[in-house]
Design a protein. Structure first.
Length: 336
């Protein structure tokens, strides 16, 4: 292995740590033993990694023979939980190269909330005054430009099967307008909370691998499928992909409906269907197996009230085994 590049090693949980980045080149969960063939080097790397995992802090060591230096930088999602380690190992006389921006995140699939590390917010170019670390999973899609694997990724969110992994290159739109190619790696894990409750998490790392206009794997600013959907939208229509099982929003396709609470930001009401309309929503979801469905539902608004909308739903396939609802909402008295 070249000593001039940083390794990005995931430590989400669910198995032995694996390599997901070599410099700015993505890697597919490669075991350490395949990256380091020399026994002494592999032992030094594993030792530095174990020390980093134990102390949740950086390591800077030199081997007993004084020839090789190993440096680690942990990537924490909370003070008690590490998602990855950036690791460099090379001759002591070699200058350590700059590191790519990398950030940690997780989706709590039991609550549909997403949490981001400060490093991920740095990667996004978010100003200090706008740093909301927690938000709805659906908010992720307001910043990223997805690739052709989007349906597969959404299907994995819907199924929420522990052990499932996903990797892809999507484009991140930074707050300064720059488009960056971002490689993300993640794994679904079932965990027990301090209260003894079982929750399911999608834990991951996002790695900035360069300017999106220069990375061939990065998706274009607008993919064809989204252009077709935008062209088919009528004025006043807002479209969303919804999980049929939980009735939770997976993402908006295009702009979000104004004044509706959906982002789960601090100080805002939680997204909610009016309790008296839940039976209608569940019937619509159940009947989609036979035909398109529609109904009037009241949704929670940003001011804490309720807004009635007419919802029209069609069944959509995310993959061969997983479906969701493509829901179009508009004012109930709007003219078609």
């Amino acid at each position: 292995m070249s000593g001039t590049r940083w390794l990005l090693i995931e430590t989400f949980g669910g198995g032995e740590p694996t390599v997901i980045g070599l410099g700015s080149a993505p890697r597919k969960f490669v075991p350490l033993s395949q990256m380091f063939r020399q026994r002494e080097t592999l032992s030094a790397i594993r030792g530095a990694l174990a020390t980093t995992l134990a102390r949740l802090g950086p390591v800077d060591t030199v081997g007993e023979d004084g020839r090789r230096r190993t440096v680690t930088v942990p990537l924490l999602i909370t003070p008690e939980r590490m998602h990855a380690v950036l690791l460099w190992s090379g001759p002591v006389e070699e200058e350590i190269p700059p590191r790519d921006p990398v950030g940690a995140w997780y989706f709590n699939l039991s609550t549909s909330k997403s949490t981001r590390s400060d490093e991920l917010l740095d990667l996004y170019g978010v100003a200090p005054e706008n740093r909301a670390r927690e938000h709805a999973i659906a908010s992720v899609f307001t910043r990223v430009i997805t690739n052709s694997d989007e349906s597969d990724a959404l299907a994995k969110v819907v199924r929420s099967a522990p052990g499932t992994e996903h990797q892809a290159v999507w484009t991140v739109r930074r707050d300064d307008g720059a488009l960056r190619a971002a490689h993300f790696s993640c794994r679904i894990l079932e965990e027990r909370s301090a209260a003894g409750e079982t929750e399911v998490f999608f834990r991951g790392v996002t790695h900035d691998i360069g300017d999106a206009t220069e990375v061939s794997a990065a998706p274009p600013p607008v993919i064809l499928e989204h252009r077709v959907l935008d062209a088919a939208a009528a004025e006043g229509d807002y479209r969303a992909i919804v999980d049929l099982r939980t009735l939770r929003l997976l993402r908006w396709m295009g702009p979000a409906m104004p004044d509706i609470a959906w982002q789960s930001l601090a100080g805002e009401p939680e997204p909610e269907i009016h309790p008296e309309d839940l039976a209608t929503a569940k019937t619509m979801s159940r009947d989609l197996a036979q035909s398109r469905t529609s109904g009037v539902l009241r949704l929670r608004t940003l001011d804490g009230g309720w807004r009635a909308v007419r919802a029209r739903a069609v069944l959509m396939a995310l993959d061969q085994y997983t479906t969701a609802a493509l829901v179009t909402v508009r004012d109930p008295d709007a003219v078609d």
